[in-house]
Design a protein around this ligand. Structure first.
Ligand code: COA
Ligand code: ZN
Length: 345
C-alpha cells in the first residue's frame, strides 16, 4: 500500500552505458545545469545486500524481489555472485536464481565472478554481464579472494579470454578504491595501474568500489578526473557505502564530474563480509529521490520502489537504514490533525 504518492515517471533506460565526458564548469546559481540529465542505477541489493545477511533468503523470495524491482522501473542488477558457496553461502543459489529469473531484452543481469570457475558458471547461467573484482590493497585482496593482486590480475586475463567473443559484457570492479580498512590510504597510482590493465584487456567498464565507506567528494573527483583524462575509453561506475554518512554527497561529486552510472542497494542493506566495519550501501530509494530532485531522470518509480523496500523490511524482519521509505518524499503532506498542537499543552 502506498501511504503517500508523488509518482515520478516510469520509463525504460535500457542497458545504457555511461561515458566519461570531461567535467563541466559548475554554475553556482543553477547546479542542475552541471548534472547529466539521466543516470543509470544498478541495484546491488540482491548481491552486495544479501551477501551480508546472516539468514539465507530463499531463492523464491529473491526472485520476487527482483521482479518487483523490474516492475518499479529498475533495469540493471547485480543479481548474484558465482563465488565459492563456502565463502558466501547466502548466494549459493546463484545458478538456480539465474535459471528461474524472467528475462527481458531491456533488463541487464550482471553477476560477480572471481575466477575461471565462477566465469564458466556465469556464462553457463546466461548472465548478460560478468563483473570480475580485485582490491586496490594487497591485504583486502588476500582476505576477499585468498590470492595476491598479481595472481588476481592473471585471473583477469583469463576472464577476458573466456568472455571475449561471447557477446557478454565484461566489467571490472576495484574494491577498497578509496581506502583500505587494513592498510589505510590507497594511492591514486594504484587505481590507475589496475584500471590501465583492464583497459588493455578490453574490459567494457570499471566500477570504483567504496567497500567500507572511505570515499569523500575530494577523493571521488580526484579518481574520476584521472580516469576521464587517462582512460576515456573506460566508462566509470561509482559504488558507495554510507558507512560515514556521506554516500549521497559522493554521488553528487560524481554527477558533477559527469558520471552517469551508480550502484546502490534497496533499503540501504549490504556490505562486504571480508572487510571490518563494512555497513550498508547507499540506499536506492534515497538516491532516486535525490536524483529526481536534482533533475536527473532514472526511469524508476519512487513510490513503487519504496513499496518494495518496505516489503524487504518485512522479509528481513528489521528496520532498514533507508530514509525516504520511512519519511516519504520531500512533499509528503500530513493532515493538520495528525500532529499534536503545542498551544495550551
Ligand atoms: N564458484 C564455486 N565454487 C568455487 C569457485 C567459484 N567461483 N571458486 C572456487 N570454488 C570452489 C573450488 O571448486 C573448491 O571446492 P572443493 O573444496 O569442493 O574442491 C573450493 O571452492 C576452494 O577452491 P580454491 O580455488 O582453493 O579457492 P579459495 O578457497 O582459495 O577461495 C575464492 C578463492 C575466490 C573462490 C573465494 O575466496 C571466494 O569465493 N571469494 C569471494 C569473496 C566475495 O564474494 N566477496 C564479496 C564481494 S566484494
Ligand atoms: Zn559494496
Amino acid at each position: 500500500m502506498r501511504a503517500w504518492c508523488t509518482t515520478s515517471s516510469v520509463g525504460s533506460l535500457g542497458a545504457s552505458r555511461s561515458t566519461n565526458p570531461p567535467c563541466e564548469p559548475t554554475s553556482v546559481t543553477d547546479m542542475s545545469k552541471a548534472y547529466p540529465s539521466r543516470a543509470t542505477i544498478t541495484e546491488v541489493g540482491l548481491r552486495d545486500g544479501l551477501q551480508m545477511e546472516s539468514q539465507f533468503v530463499p531463492t523464491e523470495q529473491k526472485l520476487k524481489l527482483l521482479h518487483a524491482l523490474i516492475e518499479a522501473g529498475v533495469r540493471r542488477f547485480e543479481a548474484t555472485s558465482f563465488v565459492s558457496p563456502r565463502a558466501v553461502p547466502q548466494l549459493a543459489d546463484a545458478a538456480d536464481l539465474m535459471r528461474q529469473v524472467g528475462r527481458s531484452s531491456d533488463v541487464t543481469l550482471a553477476v560477480l565472478a572471481p575466477n575461471a570457475k565462477g566465469i564458466a558458471r556465469a556464462l553457463e547461467a546466461r548472465a548478460d554481464e560478468v563483473i570480475v573484482f580485485i582490491s586496490a590493497s594487497e591485504t583486502h585482496n588476500l582476505k576477499n579472494l585468498n590470492r595476491s593482486r598479481a595472481r588476481s590480475l592473471d585471473d583477469m586475463r583469463e576472464a577476458a579470454d573466456m568472455v571475449r567473443g561471447t557477446g557478454v559484457h565484461l566489467h571490472a570492479a576495484i574494491a577498497v578504491a578509496y581506502g583500505c580498512p587494513f592498510e589505510g590510504e590507497v594511492a591514486l597510482e594504484e587505481i590507475e595501474r589496475l584500471a590501465s590493465a583492464f583497459a588493455e584487456l578490453g574490459f567494457d567498464g570499471i566500477t570504483l568500489g567504496d567497500t567500507t565507506g572511505m570515499a569523500t567528494p575530494r577523493l571521488v573527483r580526484q579518481r574520476v578526473e584521472m580516469l576521464q583524462r587517462k582512460l576515456p575509453q573506460l566508462p566509470v561506475t561509482l559504488h558507495f557505502h554510507n558507512t560515514r554518512g556521506i554516500g549521497l554527497v559522493n554521488v553528487m561529486a560524481g554527477l558533477e564530474c559527469g558520471v552517469t552510472s551508480f550502484e546502490s542497494s534497496l533499503g540501504g542493506i549490504g556490505g562486504c563480509p571480508f572487510a571490518p566495519g563494512a555497513t550498508g550501501n547507499i540506499c536506492t530509494e534515497d538516491m532516486v529521490h535525490l536524483l529526481a530532485e536534482s533533475g536527473v531522470e532514472t526511469g524508476i518509480d519512487l513510490a513503487a520502489l519504496c513499496d518494495v523496500a518496505r516489503d524487504l523490511e518485512q522479509l528481513l524482519g528489521r528496520a532498514l537504514p533507508g530514509q525516504v521509505m520511512h519519511a516519504g518524499p520531500r512533499l509528503r503532506r500530513y493532515a493538520a490533525d495528525e500532529a499534536l498542537c503545542a498551544a495550551g499543552s
